[in-house]
Design a protein around this ligand. Sequence first.
Ligand SMILES: O=C(O)CCC(=O)C(=O)O
Ligand SMILES: [Fe+2]
Length: 342
Amino acid sequence: MAEIRSEEPPVIDFGPFYSSDPIAQKKLTSEIQEACEKFGFFQLVNHNIPVALQKSVIAQSEAFFKLPLATKEKYHKDLDGFNRGYEPLRAQNFEKRTRGDLKEGFYLGKNLSLDDPFVIAKRFGQGPNKYPAEIEDPKSFQSTMEEYHESMTELAIDLLTVIEWTLGLEEGYFSSFCEKPVAALRLLHYPPQDPATAETERGIGAHTDFGAVTMLLQDETGGLQVWNDASKGWVDVTPRSGAYVVNLGNMMMRWTNDRYLSNLHRVINRSGKERFSVPFFFSGNPDYVVECLPRCMDPVEGAKYPPITVHDWMTGRFADTYGSSKEGVMGDLRQNAVAEST
Ligand SMILES: O=C(O)CCC(=O)C(=O)O
Ligand SMILES: [Fe+2]
């Protein structure tokens, strides 16, 4: 019997997007299409985010997590209803069989004022950021995060343009989705884990992401793994300096009628060192209605899922995670099966 090899998600050169070379752009389109169908994951190099900006985001993140716990707790994300700020160690527990995920986080988004109409209307993910005053250089913490959030929003829109190409959609199909988008930035810190607990301890338990696309900056520590359904095993996503690990979320899978994969992933930090990572979750305009894309409709069965707004989809997925919804959702069965088999 032929051995099923566990392949890593491909590394894709995004440079051609910024060129005017149609042949290189065609190659980029087919590489991204294949990665979306096969893995739901890839690494992106030659994007336009400056290395210096990436380094300052990680440095500011390290500076924040070094603050005393009591200081970090002053910025707890549950102190108001905006889901921005500090989330302590073990607050999330994706696999529900450990003591909770061994990571702490700091959540940011686009920094909107309280009188912004979307904030007043309580649309998903909209609100003001929290900024720590006790950090060494509070002004540059804020400006770094705001500049990075803006640059990542632009990169996500560029990537969605290529995804538009991969799906044969007309130019600008995703424009209204990308207007005033919900986009969350998370600073994550994974302490080293005790080797004796390697079987049960998770930095982040197996899960799929909720939104459209996630673009993750990881340091050189390693520990991120993606599920390979062909070999029924976990595959390392080897860190590449400056690259983004891109993965599709459940919303994109639903939107494409399951043609594109929102794949399971997890982190186990066996390195003995601290790990820092910064995912950026792009979920689009809260009022946008996500409904089966034209070329993804099954000729016989039609669309598998009814239309839903970004707001309702994201709110529902968060409710599932935090245990206030009884509704079963796509991916959960698969997720539980994998969690139990590892
Ligand atoms: O830190 C990582 O490498 C992964 C984080 C992640 O999957 C998430 O926050 O959804
Ligand atoms: Fe994730």
